[in-house]
Design a protein around this ligand. Structure first.
Ligand code: PLP
Length: 425
């Protein structure tokens, strides 16, 4: 068998979990919306109420009072920051391993992001959070990265102690839980994404949830035109909230796809979790490999395995060897990468951040006199020593729900063989 044939066989399936299950249910739902000629969520010829149904699904699942569907995880974060009253003179604490939207949502509100280090969970280190929290801290953004939960118990405690608002970012961990309680039910506000790479998808989409009456009403106004709406779906300018909105509602077409996907969420995550545990067990047994500390393995939604090695050089060599051995995705996939190459997920890869680029030609938020304190902050590599070391030595493997038990065993074999060739095993 030629090397090319071997590689063809070993290709990792693409990492777009929800996409594999787009089928009759999604097609039927979208067809209903289109036949009713009612793609707008607030009114129409014969409104199908899919956006209402999705919001209801998450309200019940998370036991939350308010749920607001939006166009993306990024607009969910912006809505959350506006709802939290984040603005000039404020800082938001967030981990250095996240997605660029977590930082951009803060910067676009005119505030300053302050980065917190990560620990061996690959999420925010509560000790570093405690060190950095200050009177300027308006909110803490706990990002449940790569499918599994952060140190939610301690971080809830710290935020309560300092009376700081906690926002959970569950974009990468929809369906994950901590001790049986779904992520997204811990913070004052939580956000989700339904973009194509996420556990369930409508191509694009997002959600903001809360229990607090004021936050819930504000999130609604900020996602809409700045006011509340009455039961008939009309803007109500007489209510208590009169502000400026973003008009980032989800359309009924997207909501129809998403509603069908919500019914498949647990099936998708349980498939990924099974393969994820298998890979952790197999690759984790290789001498020198250290698997992510997953705080609650039964609550891991499963789409990624994170594994560290003794050094940068070994992590790099393992990635190259295992890729050459076939553990790689098609041209659009990510699959199996050295985490230093994980783009805008790692703070020091973000040029706009390290160079403190403004959102406009006036250089805001950095040039705002209320934000002078940013001058003490350096975002270049070196700012977060634990993260720098861990990411240097780590690889990330995507775990799509279509990966079979046999496929996962073959990946483990390639890893074992590569480790032997590198003198690890
Ligand atoms: C942790 C995290 N937060 C927020 C987002 C933003 O979501 P979206 O792509 O839907 O704007 C993403 C998307 O990748 C993400 O990974």
């Amino acid at each position: 068998m030629s090397e090319e044939q071997v590689n063809e066989e070993f290709l990792l399936p693409y990492e777009w979990p929800g996409s594999y299950f787009i089928g009759e249910e999604e097609i039927d739902a979208v067809t209903k919306v289109l036949l009713a000629r009612s793609p707008y969520r607030f009114y129409g010829h014969e409104l199908q109420h899919y956006a209402d149904k999705v919001e209801d699904f998450f309200r019940k699942r998370l036991n939350r009072k308010y749920a607001v569907l939006v166009t993306s995880g990024t607009t969910a974060l912006s809505t959350a920051m506006l709802t939290a009253d984040v603005g000039p003179g404020d800082e938001v604490l967030l981990p250095g391993y996240m997605w660029v939207a977590c930082i951009s949502a803060v910067v676009r509100c005119g505030a300053i992001p302050r980065l917190v280090d990560i620990d061996d969970t690959y999420t925010m280190d509560p000790d570093d959070l405690e060190r950095k929290i200050s009177p300027r801290t308006k909110a803490v953004l706990l990002v449940h990265m790569s499918g599994a939960c952060g140190n939610v118990e301690r971080i809830v405690e710290i935020c309560k102690k300092h009376n700081v608002l906690l926002i959970e970012d569950v974009a990468q961990a929809n369906g994950a839980s901590f001790k049986g309680k779904p992520l997204g039910s811990f913070g004052d506000i939580a956000i989700y994404s339904f973009q194509y790479n996420k556990n369930i998808t409508a191509g694009e989409g997002g959600l903001v949830v809360s229990d607090n009456d004021v936050l819930g009403a504000k999130a609604w106004a900020y996602h809409d035109v700045g006011y509340s709406r009455n039961a008939a779906g009309r803007v109500d300018m007489t209510g208590e909230i009169q502000t400026w909105g973003q008009c980032v509602h989800m359309s009924e077409v997207s909501a129809a796809v998403l509603y069908a996907q919500t019914q498949k969420l647990d099936m998708i995550t349980s498939r990924m979790r099974a393969r994820n545990h298998q890979l952790y067990q197999g690759i984790g047994a290789i001498p020198g490999a250290k698997t992510r500390r997953v705080i609650d393995p039964n609550g891991d939604s499963g789409p990624f395995c994170l594994i560290s090695w003794p050094s940068f050089e070994i992590a790099k060599a393992m990635t190259e060897k295992t890729r050459a051995g076939g553990v790689k995705p098609g041209p659009w996939g990510v699959g199996n990468i050295h985490m230093v190459d994980w783009g805008l997920h790692v703070y020091y890869n973000n040029v706009s951040l390290i160079e403190k680029r403004g959102v406009n030609s006036a250089g805001r938020p950095w040039s705002d006199p209320l934000n002078e304190f940013h001058k003490e902050i350096d975002y270049r590599k070196g700012a977060l020593p634990q993260l720098d070391d861990l990411i240097d030595r780590s690889i990330l493997i995507t775990v799509p729900p279509s990966l079979t038990e046999e496929g996962a065993n073959r990946i483990i074999d390639v890893y074992q063989q590569s480790a032997k060739e590198l003198g690890l095993a």
